[in-house]
Design a binder for this molecule. Structure first.
Ligand code: UDP
Ligand code: MG
Length: 320
């Protein structure tokens, strides 16, 4: 006889009114077919402006506060904050993080649970096709993984989505990362743990629109680099030092031309202007990089909460 394991699904939602109900039904259907597991859902309403919260409340009324738990933010804090809040308040033996829009097929859940049963700490879904996605977005994504894996100590699996099943201790570890500027893929990678990857094909959203504009994705990638990479800093310092060396060599050459070879006069304003411009450019680049880190440090030391919850039903339940 196997012991019943409790699985909690953590679902960040931002304006997903049409997806809440179908998502519940899908998950429910999947769990009916597997033995040894029961589930609850923890919806994190990330300040939706549509009927997402009332849809969630409706479900909680039908299925009870134990099966259907939720936290609702005071405004939109972003998916990273929603994930944090979910992990911060989750309970169960196994936690599964998934999107609300059914782009993370619940049918993969049994295979993921199987992965954990095999002894892996994390079992993640890896998207192998990007059908139905603009081509430049796929290219951008490819470039992002290529560069980040080279530049940083992180090793991100291309296509590795946020759809992951994990043991509770992994979710706890993620919450123990106190940083404000959060980049969950990087945090997972940094935290380690043995991860199994399951492949799946891209599925279009069930309803609604993606919250990611192209610019939003660029911002996300940028954040990834600067929250985890110290390489940009090193590259900038290297360029700075190399430039100074070149300047020295050039100065010696000019000095020899002037004083030893007498092949040119001393005044060479063009050279000076060029040098000033060049070094100025390097300094500005360096300052830019340092500024980027300062901004991060500033954000961290403010120690603001990662999210503010306005409403939840977490204490209404009997569990634990
Ligand atoms: N999401 C969120 N807060 C946000 C943006 C998105 O909680 O500010 C949620 C969203 O509701 C969905 C998931 O994050 O469940 C993924 O968002 P989306 O589907 O827009 O991203 P995509 O699948 O296009 O990468
Ligand atoms: Mg989506």
């Amino acid at each position: 006889m196997t012991i019943m394991q409790h699985v909690e699904m953590v679902v960040p939602c931002y304006n997903e009114q049409e997806c809440i109900r179908p998502l519940y039904d899908e998950i429910d259907r999947v769990f009916k077919e597997i033995e040894g597991y029961d589930f609850s859902i923890l919806f994190v309403n990330d300040g939706s402006s549509d009927r997402t919260l009332s849809e969630i409340r409706k479900l909680a009324e039908i299925y009870g506060d134990e099966k259907l738990r939720y936290i609702s933010f005071s405004r939109n804090f972003g998916k990273e904050a929603a994930i944090y809040a979910g992990f911060d308040n989750c309970q169960g033996d196994i936690i599964i993080l998934m999107d609300a829009d059914l782009q993370h097929p619940p049918t993969l859940i049994p295979e993921m649970l199987q992965g954990l049963a095999e002894g892996y700490d994390v079992c993640g879904a890896r998207r192998v096709s990007r059908k139905g996605e603009p081509m430049f977005r796929s290219l951008f994504s490819k470039a992002f993984y290529g560069v980040i894996n080279r530049l940083t100590a992180m090793n991100l699996v291309p296509g590795g989505s946020d759809f992951r099943a994990m043991k509770k201790c992994v979710a706890d570890a993620v919450v123990s990362f106190p940083e404000r500027e959060r980049f969950i893929k990087g945090i997972f990678s940094w935290a380690g743990y043995e991860t199994k990857w399951i492949e799946y094909e891209n599925v279009p959203r069930h309803a609604g629109k993606s919250k990611w504009s192209f610019l939003g994705l660029v911002r996300y990638a940028w954040k990834g680099y600067f929250s985890f990479a110290t390489a940009p800093l090193r590259v900038a310092v290297f360029i700075g030092v190399a430039t100074v060396v070149v300047a020295f060599i050039y100065a010696i050459r000019v000095l020899i031309q002037v004083h030893v070879l007498h092949s040119r006069p001393w005044e060479d304003t063009t050279t000076i202007i060029l040098l000033i411009l060049f070094l100025g450019g390097v300094l500005i680049a360096l300052l830019g990089v340092i500024g980027e880190y300062l901004a991060k440090i500033y954000a961290e030391i403010k120690h603001r909460p990662i999210y503010v919850s306005k409403e939840d039903n977490l204490n209404n339940q009997k569990r634990e």
